[in-house]
Write a protein that binds this ligand. Sequence first.
Ligand SMILES: C[S@@+](CC[C@H](N)C(=O)[O-])C[C@H]1O[C@@H](n2cnc3c(N)ncnc32)[C@H](O)[C@@H]1O
Length: 363
Amino acid sequence: MATRTALRRALPSIRSAVTHPEQQLRFTRSFSTTIPSLAPTPSSSSTSAAPEYAIPDPSRPTHFGYETVTESEKRERVAGVFTSVAESYDRMNDLMSFGWHRVWKDHFVASLNPGFSPLTSGPDPRGPQHILDIAGGTGDIAFRMLHTAHNLNANPSVRVTISDINRAMLTVGKQRSTLLPASQQAALSFVEANAENLSQTRPLHPYPSPVEPTSHDSHGNQEQAFFDPATATASIPSSSVDLYTVAFGIRNFSNIPAALREAHRVLKPGGVFACLEFSKADRFPVFNALYKEWSFRAIPLIGQLVAADRDSYQYLVESIERFPSQAAFRDMIVDAGFVVAGQGYEDLTGGVAAIHKGMKPRV
Ligand SMILES: C[S@@+](CC[C@H](N)C(=O)[O-])C[C@H]1O[C@@H](n2cnc3c(N)ncnc32)[C@H](O)[C@@H]1O
């Protein structure tokens, strides 16, 4: 209670600090060091023209774990991974992380305090809030958001959209959501979309069984388990979202700068981008060596034994290894036009995971 009161007192000054144009420039300058492979043009932190690397290109090389593939091939192979793991995903998360993913997710959501957010809503901190949970999968973050907003902060005017490229994962999430209180179910919606282009989305079209690789539509045509832009019917409007969250999803994207720019587009000025992702624990060499040993030896084996799918879990481990360091990812967030406070991220469990946050400037 005392912490919340202190925070409430401090927030106006924090808000004015990050919304004052000169301060924003200083925030941006002090953290925007160039990532060599993504060398931004001088205008890359402006929101007007997307630098070339932030425009999805199906034929551009990227990586899928340790392999080099094209952006479109990565998208299809990542879709294959998550279609394959959808039904075992929640159980496997507990086994692979000894339940730590729950602690990280609880902390992530508590740090954003949905439903009471002077930084993301209007004059009334308990006003309406639209949260977009990207790569929301089976709903872990969205459900926690609704619980905190509706139950702990007594704010029923918070609604959450769960968006994911993979219909099989969303279908499991939709099924799980039937256990939520009716008021929370009413505040939840599911959309299929590629995070790199949120102007093409469609409401969830339930997928019969995530374990089936394909299904058929009402005309008997074969359907893919993942989002097909040709069937998109809607766009997430620019400046419509108060809080954008992405947990353990962004390292799977084919073009991360494109997704960051989309996050920037859909957020309202003053809105917050928040990402929970695996990161680097290399500040603690002994711990890091043990962690790597566990990741590379045990996780694919558990995947094989529990989910009969070694390859998908091998990919998940390699994708963690390939993801940029905390500082490099923070710089990508700044290059997409966000301002960050302090060092821009918080390490969890020695850096095994990290939370990055950025704010879309108000002007
Ligand atoms: C490891 S799961 C994380 C799910 C959930 N956020 C959680 O924390 O439990 C990663 C999710 O990212 C989704 N994903 C991968 N690439 C995507 C993309 N380009 N756009 C949207 N979602 C994507 C996958 O379909 C999968 O559901």
